[in-house]
Design a protein around this ligand. Structure first.
Ligand code: 2NL
Length: 359
């Protein structure tokens, strides 16, 4: 047997194999069960021991050499095939996707959802109404007299009337009270509603904006009292600020639409700029409230000798900033995503609501 010839044949065949199938044919012909090298191996047993030793060594060396050549060629063919695929396939489906810009829930929307859920647990439903309101619903029905400063050109946005139309102009609602008047008029007593929404006042400085958000609440029944008001507001504050204990302070005040009236402060502390609700020695005003004035009940068509109840009004923007530690109005004005993300708002990360409600 001429091993040099056999070697030349197979090493040449390996080099000439154009693809993996051709390479496999070479492997089978040389090293396969019925291959040429295997056949030669089988003849070793019949040789004289001294001849066998030398022949076996050189056969094994040839087998290893062909085997190594096959492996090297197989890897080279694989690389070439990948190169060819990369050249031919312009679409690389293994690339990571381009990130999309994802929006966030605005803190005001989130807080509206939270307080709606809390008051819903206490039996309040949500009332809605127009933002362009008649002066009767916005002012007269609420016992706000014509000469009241709130009604001045200076404080309220008045809508234009056609020339010659001398009826009083409509206004951009200055509170959501008219929504509650409409609900009371439509449903009558007893009633428990809240009215969250946009309100408008001619006010613009570092801490005031011409449009802001308010939630008002109204509970009318046979014997609703200030005690019910106090419990309702304490319960709301505990749930909203997510603390076990809150302390509220009721200060006598005046609103045209309630009598008696009270402004409500909440106890808090400021520890290194971190506000803590329910502890400390500071008081912060958070809302206005009172027992609905008999004239207001009468204006809404409810008999004040049969029915009574409380009402309250609260600014949403401020309590949203308070709860989520947002010191800057930019997050509100521009709905600036950088600010909202900075303060931890994301589209999909909604906090659990008290009472096991979660959306
Ligand atoms: C405040 C004060 C308040 C009300 C709003 C109200 C509504 C009806 C009848 C009577 Cl329908 N009152 N709302 C009552 C007291 C105070 O808001 O400082 N808000 C930010």
């Amino acid at each position: 047997m001429d091993l040099t010839e056999i070697r030349g044949k197979y090493i040449g065949a390996v080099a000439g194999a154009a693809d993996e199938a051709a390479l496999e044919e070479v492997r089978v012909a040389a090293l396969g069960k019925k291959g040429e090298i295997s056949a030669l191996m089988a003849t070793l047993g019949r040789m004289d021991p001294d001849v066998r030793k030398a022949a076996g060594a050189s056969l094994n060396a040839l087998k290893d050499e062909i085997d190594a050549a096959l492996r090297a060629k197989k890897s080279a063919l694989g690389d070439a095939a990948l190169d060819e695929r990369l050249r031919a396939e312009w679409l690389d489906v293994t690339l990571p996707g381009r990130p999309r810009r994802v929006g966030t829930i605005h803190p005001v929307s989130q807080v509206m959802d939270e307080l709606t859920a809390i008051f819903a647990d206490m039996g309040f439903s949500v009332a809605e109404g127009p933002q362009v309101e008649s002066d009767w619903f916005n002012f007269d029905a609420l016992n706000i007299p014509p000469e009241h400063p709130a009604r001045q050109e200076h404080d309220t946005f008045f809508m234009a009337r056609a020339t010659g139309d001398n009826r009083p102009p409509h206004v951009l609602r200055t509170h959501t009270s008219p929504v509650q008047i409409r609900a009371l008029q439509a449903q009558g007593a007893p009633i428990r509603v809240i009215a969250p929404g946009r309100v408008y006042r001619m006010d613009m400085d570092q801490t005031h904006t011409p449009m802001f958000h308010q939630v008002e609440g109204l509970a009318i029944d046979r014997d609703i009292s200030m005690a019910n008001l106090k419990w309702t507001l304490e319960e709301f504050c505990r749930a909203f600020f997510e603390v076990d204990r809150v302390e509220l302070r009721f200060r006598a005040s005046h609103f045209p639409f309630t009598e008696p009236s009270a402004e409500v402060d909440i106890r808090y502390s400021n520890v290194g700029g971190q506000l803590r609700i329910g502890e400390g020695d500071k008081w912060m005003e958070i809302l206005g409230s009172g027992m609905v004035h008999p004239k207001v009940l009468a204006a809404a068509g409810v008999d004040p000798t049969q029915w009574q109840g409380f009402a309250f009004g609260m600014g949403i923007d401020r309590i949203a900033m308070l709860k989520y530690g947002i010191p800057d109005l930019r997050a509100f004005f521009e709905s600036d995503l950088r600010w909202l993300r900075h303060y931890g708002f994301s589209a999909l990360d909604m906090p659990d609501l008290p009472g096991g409600l979660s959306r």
